[in-house]
Design a protein around this ligand. Structure first.
Ligand SMILES: [Zn+2]
Length: 350
């Protein structure tokens, strides 16, 4: 039976209390609410109770946290890039589990799911989810108010009460907004992040992947700087050109002015999510040494700090060495990323 208007109002009041009265020592509760709401949407409309396997909730968790497992690099002076702290105490274990998958070479969550260790990481996340946020989410003002599901829950699944899935679907946009806002506030106010964030300019778009900035101005500028030649193959670009993220977007999803290069769409596509080979890296470091100030001056809409971009490159190539990543040379040709790349970057950081 469809929940009455009164039941829906009461549900919203509980949600509101959850944000006001729930204790948030970590960001897990926000992730849990977002995950429950998304799973309710994906389940299709039902007024009945809805069992959600802990493994499915854990996979949602992994997706939600994935973009936040790379270092956040602020545009503010006197900040140091680091992975954001998701807990008032030591780093949230979910982040550490996902970081292991990144260390094994996964750049995207899709690649992470292909790794042999994925099921094990998800099982660990499921155990954490059951112990921590599932247990504590419904503590409002110190008392357990089980309005979403009963706790303890049956083995292996959280069972949404009748009508709850329907209301999570109905109020999904509201719940997402409240969760995101609360989450951003939590991360921003966490003292452990003070040296990382500085003023929190692009924090929300970093955490949740807002639409990418328009790249038209970048294309015009790079076309001039590169004399309309492809950054990678050096041939003239006659047709449309692509603005490529030199350090791939999948590895570092932020628009840094000095990370842009202009390339043939074909070259860009072949490079795909790979790091560029050593010869391209040398070219990029040289370009930024020569044109760094021009890029900073003419691309004010983007985070424009050349040493920041070089620090990101250092992080990415160092990871590449550790994971034995392939560097893209041209067409289908690749070579291993070696420590020489890291040394070349180090020379520019000095
Ligand atoms: Zn090309």
């Amino acid at each position: 039976m469809k929940p009455t208007a009164e039941a829906q109002l009461q549900f919203l009041q509980h949600i509101q209390r959850l944000f006001e009265e729930g204790g948030f020592v970590a960001t897990y509760k926000y992730a849990l609410l977002m995950s429950l709401a998304e799973l309710a949407v994906e389940a299709g409309e039902t007024y009945e109770e809805l069992p959600l396997p802990l493994i499915a909730i854990a996979e949602k968790f992994a997706e939600v946290y994935w973009p936040q497992t790379v270092p956040y690099i602020s545009g503010a002076a006197d900040t140091l890039p680091a992975v954001l702290s998701q807990n008032l105490g030591k780093q949230a274990s979910v982040i550490n589990g996902l970081a292991e998958l990144r260390a094994q070479g996964a750049s995207t969550i899709g690649q992470a799911k292909q790794l042999a260790s994925w099921p094990q990481v998800v099982r660990k996340i499921a155990a954490t989810v059951s112990d921590m946020p599932v247990q504590h989410l419904q503590h409002l003002g110190g008392a357990l108010v089980p309005f979403l599901y009963d706790y303890p829950h049956p083995r292996g699944a959280v069972v949404l009460k009748p009508g709850v899935a329907f209301m999570l679907r109905t109020f999904h946009p509201l719940i997402q907004q409240l969760s995101r806002a609360g989450w951003v506030r939590h991360v921003r106010e966490n003292q452990r992040n003070a040296d990382v964030i500085g003023h929190a300019d692009e924090l929300e778009s970093f955490m949740f992947g807002a639409p990418r900035n328009t790249l038209d101005d970048v294309a015009r500028l790079l076309s001039r700087l590169q004399s309309r030649k492809c950054f990678y193959c050096g041939h003239t670009i006659t047709g449309p050109a692509d603005v490529d993220h030199f350090i791939p977007w999948s590895k570092y999803p932020r628009d840094l002015a000095h990370n842009f290069v202009l390339a043939h769409p074909a070259c860009n596509q072949q490079k795909s999510d790979m790091l560029a080979a050593e010869r391209h890296l040398d070219h990029w470091l040289e370009r930024n040494g020569r044109e760094g100030d021009t890029l900073t001056g003419e691309l004010p809409a983007f985070l424009a700090d050349v040493s920041c971009s070089i620090r990101v490159a250092h992080w990415a190539y160092q990871q590449g060495v550790v994971t034995g990543a392939a560097g893209w040379v041209m067409k289908a040709q690749t070579e291993h990323i070696t420590d020489r790349c890291v040394q070349a970057i180090n020379a520019c950081l000095r």
